[in-house]
Write a protein that binds this ligand. Structure first.
Ligand SMILES: [Zn+2]
Length: 416
């Protein structure tokens, strides 16, 4: 039988169905490569910074040596995550790019804290930006990418400009891929120890740097949160950034101990802990009154409030109102989280008062001994670290867009 010649039909493949697009952000994620392992390199780089800002004296724990994750740095400093750009400095702060790998600076923990040395401003922003990033990295257990456009070659870095402009503001820009900090002359009626007419730099405020870096990190985690689809979304950006700045106060034990001493054992009365950007507020004061930019916490409502006892109308903390301005509405979130924090600290420290034989109702009237202050401070710092982790991890469980403050708090409560 003759073999029948068969011609196999070659099936032409149907055009692929475009099921989804891979966002450019996946490429951005790959462009962030922090802290490459270098054999025999140290794990941390000690650097001196202001724990709050230059308005807080050394005696009150105003400066500290912090351990920033080690990385090889180019002059700037330029690392794998941040590139400090010192353009725009006023005449008195003009300085060459800071080389933190200079052997003299390596031996001395960097440049000494002073507002009059432009190189210290560069060190301050580099250190606090790096510490804030490290807190997120530790809480989430992974690297976080910036939401800004990646360059065609080289790593994706966030540009940090400590002398960006003359003005009483600071900001994060996704489009420009930078954090910019303004500087200005203090008012003639400035409050506190602020020099009248002196130069005030927002780049020396720990709170402002941490706040702006958190905006950038949150944008990297949830890019749609920059779209104000409802009033809670911008309020969350502001409130969350204040929360991170606030809980970072508790990483400085000297500041916490001093605040506990000053307030007679209560962390809600310790304005060193609950104020946001003190010097910034003092310098802008037109009346000479010492008010910080804002109290991160509704201290008045909080002090009268105890979550073990239901609030009675007026005594409760500030309540949610969608008509509030985003920063003010954000402070409702901050107060809610801080209230939970102080309740836990109060319960956990009760045993210390009993051991020391101090009646809690009389703590305003009796001096607290040093061992008791240190024990309360240690417990507060530990709980603050746990809260910071909870607050950051809760982001991973939030919807990608159009979030509401209540949803965030429920996610945070589940992450305990
Ligand atoms: Zn902000």
């Amino acid at each position: 039988m003759a073999k029948r010649k068969t011609t196999a039909k070659v099936a032409t493949a149907p055009p692929p169905i475009k099921a989804y697009d891979v966002s450019d952000r996946v490429r951005f994620q790959a462009a962030v490569r922090p802290y490459q392992n270098v054999p025999h390199a140290p794990l941390v780089r000690p650097l001196r910074i202001y724990t709050l800002d230059p308005s807080v004296s050394d005696r009150l724990g105003g400066t500290a040596t912090v351990n920033v994750p080690y990385e090889k740095l180019e002059p700037g400093p330029i690392g794998s995550l941040f590139a400090v750009n010192s353009q725009g400095a006023p005449d008195e702060l003009q300085a060459a790019a800071l080389d933190l790998d200079d052997p003299f600076l390596l031996l001395s923990g960097g440049v000494s804290p002073t507002p009059t040395n432009g190189r210290f401003h560069m060190q301050m922003v580099y250190a606090v930006c790096s510490l804030t990033y490290a807190v997120f990295r530790r809480a989430l257990g992974r690297d976080i990418a910036w939401a800004t456009n990646a360059p065609a070659d080289g790593p994706l870095r966030l540009v940090v400009k400590p002398f960006a402009f003359v003005g009483t503001n600071a900001g994060y820009s996704r489009e420009a891929g930078d954090l910019s900090f303004g500087y200005f002359r203090a008012d003639e009626k400035a409050a506190g120890f602020t020099l009248r007419g002196g130069l005030v730099s927002t780049a020396l405020s720990h709170d402002i740097i941490a706040h702006e870096t958190t905006h950038a990190l949150l944008d990297g985690l949830r890019s749609s949160f920059l779209d104000p689809t409802n009033i809670d979304v911008p309020a969350f950006h502001e409130g969350f950034s204040d929360l991170v700045a606030l809980f970072l106060h508790f990483t400085y034990s000297d500041v916490v101990e001093q605040a506990i001493r000053e307030s007679g054992g209560s962390i809600t009365h310790g304005s060193l802990l609950t104020d946001i950007a003190r010097e910034f507020g003092y310098a802008r004061s037109r009346t000479g009154r010492a008010d910080a930019l804002r109290s991160g916490v509704d201290v008045k409502g909080l002090a009268a409030f105890d979550s073990d006892i239901l609030p009675g109308g007026e005594n409760g903390p500030k309540v949610y109102n969608p008509k509030l301005e985003p920063h003010t509405l954000g402070s409702v979130l901050v107060s809610a989280v801080f209230e939970a924090f102080t309740t836990i600290v109060r319960r956990k420290t009760e045993r210390f008062y009993r051991i020391a034989g101090v009646n809690r109702d009389a703590i305003d009237r009796v001096p607290l001994n040093d061992a008791l202050v240190k024990a309360i401070a240690q417990e507060s710092c530990d709980v603050a670290g746990q809260f910071l982790n909870i607050c950051i991890r809760a982001i991973d469980y939030c919807p990608p867009a159009d979030m509401e403050l209540g949803e965030y708090l429920r996610r945070a409560a589940l992450r305990r």
